[in-house]
Design a protein around this ligand. Structure first.
Ligand code: KDG
Length: 333
């Protein structure tokens, strides 16, 4: 098992019960989310030693999230106590043909203050094997973009493997802003989670076309050469309706594309499905599974997440392997 560092913003997620609309509901269920925090929870479930670099307000809401991190065995020594507030996001869940809707309320968050702080990167990355961050963090402010860039460079200098999930969120920044940031970050990245739309819409690799594995392979190959990235992975999702999706996984390594089976899945909650895919892929990679098994472990981790409510799950390594062996692929451990 590895020592892993993640960097990102914790968010409180507010969800109206029973598929009610946010503009009408009188009740919300509060849970905790945030892309990198979700990946941290999943990686800790899989047995890794995970430390989260972040900030929380010094009030009871901040304490609530800090308690959550501790319960989930995530090291919070690099979670600073800052002025500002806890970011919140509201999820109106989709039902049948009605799709889900996300509303952010995250201005003036404590996490926005961390960029101006001095960080002891030597201590943070001490004996660390992997660093994971996503495109949500640099989207939040120009100074968080600088912090993300600084963090990937500091990790790279110490031979820590750098993982970056593009995680493009159109409500946070434009495709042009994302492109400029990704071009700066990608030269320091070893493992990248990017789908066909990230290449066409953000990295300007060509006109947007319907999904095709050969196109994806072409984009992966070009970016691998251009940025020196050793592994790419993504899922492609065909949405039939809010509860029925078809999910297929792709992994590109050593100039070869690996494709998983297409899985028809029933979706209880799709949020965080990408974070659990990333966690599963990273786990398979650091545990030295072969490429097909890495991909299937990522898929199993993601499919399991879709079956539980909330942004992350609590499946252990044995449970993910059990599901994978029963439903996806036999693997010799
Ligand atoms: O990947 C899931 C995240 O999108 C969710 O947890 C909320 O971090 C979040 C965001 O910024 O959208």
């Amino acid at each position: 098992m590895s020592k892993i560092i993640t960097l990102g913003e914790p968010l409180m997620r507010m969800t109206p019960p029973g598929f009610q609309r946010v503009k009408e509901t009188k009740e919300f269920k509060a849970t905790i989310g945030g892309a990198e925090l979700n990946a941290s929870v999943n990686l800790a479930n899989l047995g890794h030693e995970v430390a989260f670099v972040s900030a929380l307000p010094g009030n009871d809401l901040g304490e609530n999230v800090r308690n959550f991190l501790r319960e989930r065995h995530i090291d919070d020594q690099w979670v600073k106590r800052e002025e500002g507030r806890l970011g919140v996001y509201y999820v109106e869940e989709g039902y049948g043909p009605r799709s889900a809707k996300v509303t952010y309320d995250r201005a003036y968050s404590s996490f926005l203050q961390v960029a101006s702080q001095e960080w002891d990167w030597e201590a943070i990355f001490d004996s660390c094997q992997l660093f994971h961050v996503s495109g949500i963090t640099p989207a939040l402010s120009p100074s968080l973009k600088e912090l993300t860039l600084k963090a990937v460079k500091e990790a790279r200098e110490r031979n820590v493997l750098v993982s970056f999930d593009c995680n493009y969120r159109s409500k946070l920044w434009s495709e042009v802003e994302a492109k400029l940031a990704f071009e700066q970050i990608l030269p320091y990245v070893d493992v990248c989670f990017a789908g066909q739309k990230d290449f066409t819409n953000i990295m300007n690799e060509g006109p947007e076309e319907s999904f095709h594995p050969q196109l994806l392979e072409k984009y992966f190959r070009k970016a691998a050469l251009e940025y020196g990235i050793s592994l790419f992975a993504c899922t492609n999702r065909e949405v039939r309706d809010s509860q029925n999706h078809q999910l297929q996984g792709f992994l590109f390594k050593n100039d070869q594309l690996f494709e998983s089976q297409k899985h028809s899945i029933q979706v209880l909650d799709r949020i965080g499905g990408g974070d659990s895919f990333a966690a599963g892929i990273l786990h398979g990679m650091v545990e030295d599974l072969n490429e097909t098994s890495v991909l299937d472990f990522g898929m199993a981790s993601s499919i399991l997440k879709h079956t539980v409510k909330g942004d992350h799950s609590s499946f252990s390594e044995d449970e993910v392997f059990g599901f994978m062996n029963a439903h996806l692929h036999d693997v010799v451990r």
